[in-house]
Write a protein that binds this ligand. Structure first.
Ligand code: ZN
Length: 469
């Protein structure tokens, strides 16, 4: 089946920006041509994109689909006073309340919200201590129904005891082995690990062993809160990234979420590693953990939502505005962490910042799928495409794309979405499933999940007790 996205303005690449007037021809799962006025042959499926912008699908490089039913959930404990209490009183209660039906419902909602907002790949980090074995398959199946691409991992941790840690590693091992054996079209895996402060040396070592034997890097939270660094220094005598590096966790290259409290030495270690760091500005602002030292992190900084939906227009805009507020939008007068160094890519607060961050996320996915052209609209690239239908009242060129992105474009404009050549959203609605029925079922599951959650108390884990189990 050949599909032609006809007569649109095509964003061939985000970084450096490249914009052309062209038709995009998709055959099977790939872009096969990008050229002006292709002749539209018989039997071709033509999608008229006149007046629309065609962009590569956005990547959310760190998220937690399991939190998709959290919106509005009950909370009757004392308000959390710090980040660890947020985990103990909110997220580590929610994850323990999850059962198979609510994992599936959460994943379906997360996938729906992703594609409806123009995000075609989710790099997910999953935790459900009550259902570990097979949990990644539940997510894979739910994502496949909607048609979203993903990179999955199970969040290994010692916080629920060594048995759960072993089960987490086993789930990653099982899933990675199956993905390696079958190469599914839309999913790859990483080795999921929670964070240094909930990982014993033994568990971290087992995660690294799996990363090395599978050739898939870790997906791990690093230095999201100062407590992670305090714990690493107190319990292991070194900083978080130093601990990870000495354990062998920087090769194969990992996906590192947050990095808010990395110091100069850790930033240098990160930059030398080829790893990707995922910045989650809305989550960091909401948890009041601080802002990552972007000025010293280089260009391999991608964007994630950390579970706050999957609207990468919104995430990019928020991250940019926060940086611009500190630096001025021309970029050079920062007062934040790491800003004593000359600004470089991730710290440069010009309007192209969201485009550069999204391109870094696409490079991560390109590596995971071994698809070097992923994230660009060129012949040979996987056809993950989004059609935005929104008035563009000023000229749209490579030079003006960043301005449109920051000050105009919105997930509300998403009209059509293709993932691997399959139309998964048409005229703003899911094509593969009845989205009203999906939403109704999600509400039923959310109510059940909230009831179980309400009966679960604060998680007993405190940093420094990781060996106790
Ligand atoms: Zn996270």
């Amino acid at each position: 089946m050949t599909t032609v996205l006809a007569r649109g303005t095509v964003v061939v690449a985000l970084d450096p920006a490249n914009v052309v007037e062209a038709d995009v021809v998709v055959d099977g799962d790939r872009v096969v041509a990008v050229a002006p006025a292709m002749s539209e042959g018989a039997g071709m499926h033509v999608i008229d994109c006149t007046g629309c912008l065609v962009i590569p699908g956005n990547v959310c490089a760190h998220t937690h689909a399991y939190s998709a039913l959290a919106r509005g959930m009950p909370y009757r404990l004392a308000p959390p006073r710090d980040f660890v209490e947020i985990l103990r009183r909110v997220w580590w209660r929610l994850d323990r309340a999850l059962d198979e039906a609510s994992i599936r419902a959460s994943a379906r909602v997360a996938a729906m919200e992703a594609v409806l907002s123009g995000t075609t790949t989710l790099v997910d980090h999953h935790a459900s201590p009550g259902v570990i074995d097979g949990s990644l398959d539940l997510i894979e199946d739910a994502f496949a129904e909607i048609g979203v691409r993903s990179v999955l991992a199970y969040e290994t941790s010692d916080r629920d005891g060594p048995g759960h840690a072993r089960a987490g590693i086993q789930e990653n091992r099982r899933f990675l082995a199956r993905v390696a054996a079958t190469s599914p079209q839309l999913v790859r895996g990483l080795v999921g690990a929670h964070a240094s402060f909930t990982l014993s040396d033994e568990t971290l070592e087992a995660c690294v062993d799996l990363a090395v034997s599978s050739g898939r890097g870790l997906h791990i939270h690093v230095a999201e809160d100062a407590e992670d660094e305090r714990d690493a220094e107190a319990m292991h005598g070194r900083r978080v990234l130093d601990r990870l590096e000495r354990a062998g966790g920087m090769a194969p290259v990992p996906v590192l979420a947050h990095g808010v409290h990395l110091d100069h030495a850790e930033a240098a270690l990160f930059r030398a590693s080829g790893a990707t760091l995922v910045h989650n500005p809305r989550s960091n602002m909401h948890n009041a953990v601080g802002r990552a030292p972007l000025g010293m992190l280089g260009s391999r900084v991608a964007l994630g939502t950390d579970g706050i939906g999957a609207d990468m227009f919104e995430e990019g805009r928020t991250g940019y505005l926060r940086l611009a507020e500190e630096h001025g939008s021309s970029g050079r007068s920062g007062t934040g962490p790491g800003d004593d160094l000359p600004m470089d890519d991730a710290g440069d607060a010009d309007a192209s910042w969201p485009l550069r961050r999204l391109a870094a996320g696409a490079r991560l996915v390109a590596d995971a799928f071994d698809e070097p052209e992923f994230g660009r609209i060129v012949p040979g690239a996987p056809a993950d495409l989004v059609v935005l239908d929104q008035p563009l009242p000023t000229p749209i060129t490579a030079d003006t794309l960043a301005g449109h992105w920051v000050f105009g474009l919105s997930a509300r404009a998403v009209r059509d979405v293709l993932v691997a050549g399959r139309v998964v959203v048409r005229e703003g609605r899911l094509t593969g499933v009845d989205q009203d029925a999906l939403t109704a079922e999600a509400r039923v599951q959310a109510a059940r999940l909230w009831e179980r959650l309400d009966a679960i108390g604060e998680h007993p884990f405190v940093p420094g007790e990781v060996m106790v189990g």
